[in-house]
Design a protein around this ligand. Sequence first.
Ligand code: SF4
Length: 499
Amino acid sequence: MLLTRRSSETSPASSSSLVTSLARGLGRAVPTMDRRAFLRRSGLGVGAGLAVSQLTLVKKVQAADAAKAASGDKKVVVKRTVCGHCSVGCAIDAVVENGVWVRQEPVFDSPINLGAHCAKGAALREHGHGEFRLKYPMKLVDGKYQRISWDQALDEISAKMLELRKSSGPDSVYVVGSSKHNNEQAYLLRKWMSLWGSNNCDHQARICHSTTVAGVANTWGYGAMTNSYNDMQNSKAALYIGSNAAEAHPVSMLHMLHAKEIGCKMIVVDPRFTRTAAKADQYVRLRSGTDIPFLFGVLYHVFKNGWEDKKYIEDRVYGMDKVREDVLAKWTPDKVLEASGVDEATCLQVAKTMAENRPSTIVWCMGQTQHTIGNAMVRASCILQLALGNVGKSGGGANIFRGHDNVQGATDVGPNPDSLPGYYGLAEGSFKHFANTWGVDFEWIKKQYAPGMMTKPGMTVSRWIDGVLEKNELIDQDSNLRGCSSGAMRRTRRRAGSR
Ligand code: SF4
């Protein structure tokens, strides 16, 4: 598919051309100009975008505000926020009238979305105003839900939790946070659980990307995406494996499509021919779950042709000689074909594209992480990038597309069962550090926990059901789980409903 649209027709100095270029960037019916120029001008663009869109919005709001004020109504304000529907993190201006969010605009001066929005983001306001949104606490009474006050809800829940704590110990309660919580909320929830006296807390990043965190951290020390969505504009080649970004992270494709316009080669590896695959220069269909044979099949050709970055490996990578030995001995083209269904010529072409177009990046998502061998798949992806010398470079790295808007933050400082915020772990010394930070006596925190449980990891969100159903003598805590945060249910329903 031809994505390049170029024209020599420009007159950059005039303000009208500025408007024209912005309009063209929005895909409106105006004479064409290449998008690269459009982006360059968005450097202007920040000012220009503001002039044309944001200021227009602000002016409109100010005018409306003045009218409201004249009629005695309250203020209309614009609050900048972030779309919470995926990890791209598109910026949004929310127009709030009399305390009610009445409409929204995508933000032009955000380097991430550049004024773009997808259908999911456009429906963001529905979270607050959708007809199915719960607006107040409800209590099930005789089989029917009844509206109750917040005070009643908080009193009853607190009393029930204290009752469970008294009869069955602090570990009888399970609390699930969220990767949609911001850093402060996530941190506070971990703090709250520590003061309650249990490590039975988690959040949904356990299910989507814990394999990434473990796989990446075990490869280069820290479990996070190495680059950023908009940095992909600097990539010369991109290998998508286990990601259908066009549907799951739509606005991220903006950056890839821009990169393609100046020659970036896009490869999509997926058992299905997805909407993302439809944009690829090369599509590779592999047998589901055979990412490692395929990636090692690509590495085979990298090593065979001497395309690895020898100096980079010598300077910065430990153990690549063992990988090389293993790949050349075991992942010969016939074995790769047998395991993954991908033939030699295809693997060679992928290796050639990634090697000849550096910096090249790799993108993965839950197509890798949710396999039972997700950790190992992630490590194989990292190893390919290390062999090519792509890590630590703009346009290269591992672009790991997470599901929610704050998976990384919730993982770093949030309610993890095996660690206090910031990966401090659960050692006594870690609790002492946080006792000091929180201004609470360490011995008091220790007494909140059941004996011996303070330094033991709690249950993960993927196994809390075992905490309910398993025989009590087979679990390490006083009692089985007897209460679970309704937040977990709510998030689960929301995710299920959004598919
Ligand atoms: S790409 Fe993601 S963050 Fe951006 S508008 Fe769509 S759902 Fe929201």
